[in-house]
Design a protein around this ligand. Structure first.
Ligand SMILES: Cc1cc2nc3c(=O)[nH]c(=O)nc-3n(C[C@H](O)[C@H](O)[C@H](O)COP(=O)(O)O)c2cc1C
Length: 318
């Protein structure tokens, strides 16, 4: 089984990927949070920090694009090919209101004819392999059969299926029974994404779908950075590696943002997941949520790292 790290905008930027790979190697590819190419055809500094190959050395990283414009996609894919990337992923899943209102992300799924025309242009012109990350549909999972038919017409290098519709955001249960449709009806390379949070979840998936050899994990890997190592039969996260991973990320953010406030803000999102791996972390987690500068933050983090680690991250009450 190949294990891919899902793109998580605002969390898994290049600093995160480097620190994660150093302390918890074993992920087969990191899919990057989306870039939104505009008609100006220039990268922002923030985008370059995410995507430049020198910031992504030693592991496989795949850039993702969020656009409904084939010309902008092809411009960006050309730039990424020139940087040495051999795959670009198209985001057909983002559920955000503003993104969908502009017809991008999962908004594209609601206009299958336009999607088909866009894919036709992308696949005729792209200098690199194109993979797709999709939901089941915009409104209704019954849209999925038609979408699979469209995807099946193109040389998609990998179809990553997150089996929810747009309104499921990331909360509603994943509809694994619809993934079965893809396994039956779609004949290209396929990857499952959604709700895998323990090594046992991964093993159960592999038993149910022996013909699928790739899964993508997002939030489960934030909560337990060693999840892929465990799924591959290795040990769980040790306290030292977790601390080293945390410290590298924290100090890198302090340097980049030159702001305790911004750094702490970024670390809070990570702790909303990582806190699940520690027993009895409610009190220090509350302090982290309240922290606005480094001294308050560091004091709360020291308390968390003194707590016992769980075998698996705890997702109860979700
Ligand atoms: C904070 C956050 C940011 C996300 N950013 C992206 C993104 O940039 N591109 C994308 O395709 N999906 C994005 N996703 C969706 C995830 O990649 C993934 O599909 C989703 O979390 C379900 O997988 P999981 O249950 O393993 O986390 C994001 C999800 C979250 C929670």
């Amino acid at each position: 089984m190949q294990y891919y790290f899902a793109p998580l905008e605002g969390v898994t930027g290049s600093e995160f990927r480097r620190a994660h790979h150093r302390w918890f190697p074993g992920v087969d590819a990191y899919y990057m949070p989306f870039l939104s190419p505009t008609q100006d055809h220039v990268f922002t500094q923030r985008e370059l920090r995410n995507v430049l190959p020198e910031h992504n050395q030693g592991f496989r990283a795949v850039p993702q694009l969020l656009t409904k414009n084939a010309d902008d996609f092809l411009w960006c894919a050309g730039e990424l090919a020139a940087m040495g990337y051999d795959e670009v992923n198209l985001n057909l899943g983002c559920p955000s209101g503003t993104v969908v209102a502009k017809g991008k992300g999962s908004g594209l799924l609601g206009a299958p004819e336009a999607l088909d025309r866009m894919l036709d242009r992308i696949f005729s012109g792209s200098p690199v392999a194109v993979s797709l990350k999709t939901r089941l549909g915009l409104e209704d999972p019954e849209e999925f059969a038609r979408l699979l038919e469209i995807f099946g017409r193109y040389p998609v290098s990998l179809l990553i299926v997150h089996p929810r519709v747009r309104k499921g955001f990331y909360r509603h249960p994943v509809r694994v029974e619809y993934f079965e449709q893809a396994v039956d009806a779609y004949h290209g390379p396929l990857c499952f994404n959604g709700g895998l949070v323990t090594a046992e979840d991964c093993a159960r998936f592999a038993r149910r779908f022996p013909q699928v050899d790739r899964v993508m994990i997002g939030q489960g890997l934030l909560a337990d950075p060693a999840l892929v190592q465990k799924a591959k039969g290795g040990p769980g996260a040790g306290r030292e590696a977790l601390r080293a991973f945390h410290d590298e990320l924290y100090h890198t953010y302090l340097e980049i943002f030159a702001s305790q406030r911004n750094t702490v803000f970024h670390m809070k999102e990570l702790w909303s997941y990582l806190g699940r791996l520690f027993q009895g972390a409610e009190k220090p987690l509350k302090q982290i949520r309240k922290a606005a500068d480094s001294p308050a933050y560091e004091a709360a983090v020291a308390q968390i790292f003194a707590l016992p680690l769980r075998q698996d991250a705890c997702w109860e009450g979700q």
